[in-house]
Ligand binder design. Structure first.
Ligand SMILES: NC(=O)c1ccc[n+]([C@@H]2O[C@H](COP(=O)([O-])OP(=O)(O)OC[C@H]3O[C@@H](n4cnc5c(N)ncnc54)[C@H](O)[C@@H]3O)[C@@H](O)[C@H]2O)c1
Ligand SMILES: O=C(O)[C@H](O)COP(=O)(O)O
Length: 410
């Protein structure tokens, strides 16, 4: 249980990891937050736990694991900004239990991923990776054998969300037929159609591309049996998460010739920084495009993500707004000129709101505005009171059973 008053902006500490785009730093500076440390790679667990101890806001990408132990060490942490789409690297429950809000950027890099996948599909259908590798070694593989146009081929999209749907539209523009599989019934775009099952998609697709989040239900969802069920000569593309495909089974299918090629951007184990060695059974296979988790790594996407997530953190710090948080009740709050604003985060149990209101009533403090949102586990109530209120009863508010965190913004 913690009670905080708002700090001077210069004392609010931001730690930005994994080479977050400078647009984030610029936005934070423009908003008056100058106490920002930027680090290029991800930190090893012990160093992260040490560094995060006095940090109020942390910005990460896909490599930084924010575990229970890290949150335990992060006693001052108020919010996490994932400068990416995936939030599987964050223990969202551990954050929620401490009243730490987690934001992400759900859309800014989707186009970049869709473009990369289409480009890879074209190159693989033409056998370019193998021909290029041979040429680098002095070979000359001029032949039309096993080279195909993308036009008329069937693209199987697993996960028809933000990326899957964009890909669907772009693929049809190239003359492809699109079939998709999703756990939810989705409105097909254009002439795409939803397959009855993953098995059906695997049986009809010339190219299978994966765009599901990392979840227990997606772990190893493409193993030896599923890869065997793909058409002979098909292509597999994975730019989702490294835990979705059994990499040994994929390597075997490529070596045996069952699959024509593959493009893999994400791996079960990825190097923490650019200085660490990349190890994979796929190394050395000429018909495989290996990329270092750069599906969303374009200047356009990274600049936009920097702005999007930094803005969410600033809004939360400045006025308590939690719109589009992934683990927290969402409240869009107006500015509060001439008022103090109290943010009270609590377990969603009966009686907390009335206890909060009683505290204000006891002190004769008028509540000028009150905003409440709850989810299954958390309650988030925000109150505006007159700026000249002499003594905000923070100790009493914090002592209310069920309280997780209480802060006042001036
Ligand atoms: N390689 C990269 O750099 C990169 C960049 C961006 C995103 N990603 C990854 O791609 C994932 C997808 O991104 P998005 O923006 O399209 O996400 P999204 O949430 O918009 O879409 C995911 C879709 O997958 C579906 N889904 C969930 N479980 C499924 C299952 N078991 N079987 C079939 N479908 C299932 C969901 O219903 C949803 O429609 C992200 O979660 C992230 O892990 C990787
Ligand atoms: O989840 C995402 O958006 C992607 O995996 C990109 O992650 P990155 O920011 O580490 O490149």
């Amino acid at each position: 249980m913690t009670s905080k008053t708002s700090l001077d902006k210069s004392k609010i500490k931001f730690l930005l990891l994994e080479g977050i785009h400078p647009s984030a730093l610029q936005l934070l500076h423009n908003a008056g937050y100058t106490n920002v440390e930027s680090v290029t790679g991800a930190l090893p667990p012990e160093e992260l736990e040490r560094k995060i101890a006095d940090v109020h806001f942390v910005g990460i990408r896909s490599r930084t694991q924010l575990t229970e132990a890290v949150f335990q060490a992060a006693q001052k942490l108020v919010a996490v900004g994932c400068f990416c789409i995936g939030t599987n690297q964050v223990d969202l429950d551990a954050a929620r239990q401490r009243g730490v809000v987690v934001f992400n950027a759900p859309y800014s890099n989707t186009r970049s991923v869709a473009e990369l996948v289409l480009g890879e599909a074209i190159l693989l259908l033409r056998g370019v990776p193998a021909k290029s590798a041979a040429a680098h070694r002095g070979g000359w593989l001029k032949t039309a054998d096993n080279s195909y146009e993308i036009r008329g081929k069937t693209l199987g999209i697993v996960g028809y969300g933000s990326i899957g749907t964009q890909l669907s539209v772009l693929a049809e523009a190239l003359g492809m037929q699109v079939v998709f599989h999703d756990v939810i019934t989705k409105l097909p775009l254009g002439n795409a159609r939803q397959a009855a099952s993953l098995q059906e998609l695997l049986a009809v697709s010339d190219i299978v591309t994966l765009h599901v989040p990392e979840l227990p239900s997606t772990q190893w969802m493409l193993g030896a049996a599923e890869i065997a069920a793909m058409k002979p000569g098909a292509i597999l593309i994975n730019a989702s998460r490294g835990t979705v495909v059994e990499i040994d089974a994929l390597a075997a299918a490529l070596q045996s010739g069952h699959l024509h090629g593959a493009a893999v951007d994400v791996f079960p184990v990825e190097p923490r920084t650019n200085k660490d060695e990349f190890l994979s059974p796929l190394r050395g296979l000429d018909n495989v495009i290996l990329t270092p988790h750069i599906g969303g790594s374009t200047m356009e996407a990274q600049a936009n993500i920097g702005l999007e997530v930094a803005e969410k953190m600033v809004k939360y710090s400045d006025n308590g707004t939690t719109t589009s948080a992934v683990n927290f009740p969402e409240v869009a709050l107006p500015a509060h000129p001439g008022q103090k604003r109290i943010l009270h985060v609590h377990h969603n149990v009966p009686g907390v709101l009335s206890a909060v209101n009683q505290v204000f009533a006891q002190h004769g403090i008028n509540i000028a505005g009150q905003y409440l949102r709850t989810d299954e586990k958390l309650g988030y109530v925000v109150m505006d009171i007159a700026a000249d209120t002499a003594n905000v009863p923070m100790a009493q508010l914090t002592a209310i059973p069920g309280t997780i965190r209480c802060r006042v913004l001036f």
